[in-house]
Design a protein around this ligand. Sequence first.
Ligand SMILES: Nc1ncnc2c1ncn2[C@@H]1O[C@H](COP(=O)(O)OP(=O)(O)O)[C@@H](O)[C@H]1O
Ligand SMILES: [Mg+2]
Length: 307
Amino acid sequence: MSKCPAVTIENVHKSFGPVRALRGLDFTIQRGEFFGLLGPNGAGKSTLINALAGLVRPDSGKLAVMGYDVESEYRDARKRLGVVPQELVYDPFFQVRETLRFQAGYFGLGREVEPWIDELLDALDLMDKVDVNMRALSGGMKRRVLIGQALVHKPPVVILDEPTAGVDVELRRQLWSLVKRLHGDGHTIVLTTHYLEEAEELCDRIAILDHGGLVALDTKADLLARGISKTLHIHTSERARNLPPALADKIKRITEDYIELSFSLSEDSVMEVLDTIRDAGVHVIDIRVEEDDLEDVFVQLTRDARQ
Ligand SMILES: Nc1ncnc2c1ncn2[C@@H]1O[C@H](COP(=O)(O)OP(=O)(O)O)[C@@H](O)[C@H]1O
Ligand SMILES: [Mg+2]
């Protein structure tokens, strides 16, 4: 069991009436990964996360956390998982510290967890709110408590479902510093986010879901390398004329001393493009190549999946 993945997802299907939320998902997340789970709204991300937390029962397939089956070994699996849910779910009559203590108690933890609760309250800037009732907190503050709740039992696997949707810059910053620290300590982190630049910055490997299916699963570097197009910004000494039609088709903008070209990564090389421009008698002063970012790749992949 020592080498088992942090998260195992085996051919998982789930429908809600006619909606096929998960269609045979099958992949694993290794221990210690910082894993991104991306996809447009309705792709099935939360359904998968809820299934891992035992809140949604798949129609078929198997799910395991740190080798423990989510259904047949529920308590062992749940103990190893911390989930920051997308929805703000809380007990309005509990105070902040009580909420964390209660959650710890659910996992059989008592007084020994107090120092960690203090650390969490401090890291999440909740120290001056410990005695406040949950219902009296702002949305951002409630989210902080939910993050604390997910981490209170120091689970080896932490899943964050859109944790920064609608939160202020300060909480984002604090959250990422906490999550990076947990990752540095060896926790496996699974992050769902709408902000692709967050995933691009933080995640090593990324799964893209669409309509309940896996559209891509790759390292960030390999996903970025799938970028279909490059944009070439070329500074020229004079206006380029007499360019062959094959190249003229790729021009997005042209002025007296500038050409912007968009071309396909698979079909053209930067060198060939430059040679063609030089052959047309234009002196190239400077070039800058701009590659697709994760957002571009994401849009291309999810669009392809719809066709
Ligand atoms: N409890 C539910 N009842 C009915 N349909 C649901 C339920 N939960 C999710 N769905 C549907 O399943 C699909 C996937 O939803 P969800 O997992 O929330 O996607 P995501 O988190 O990627 O935005 C959507 O079409 C959604 O409307
Ligand atoms: Mg969701």
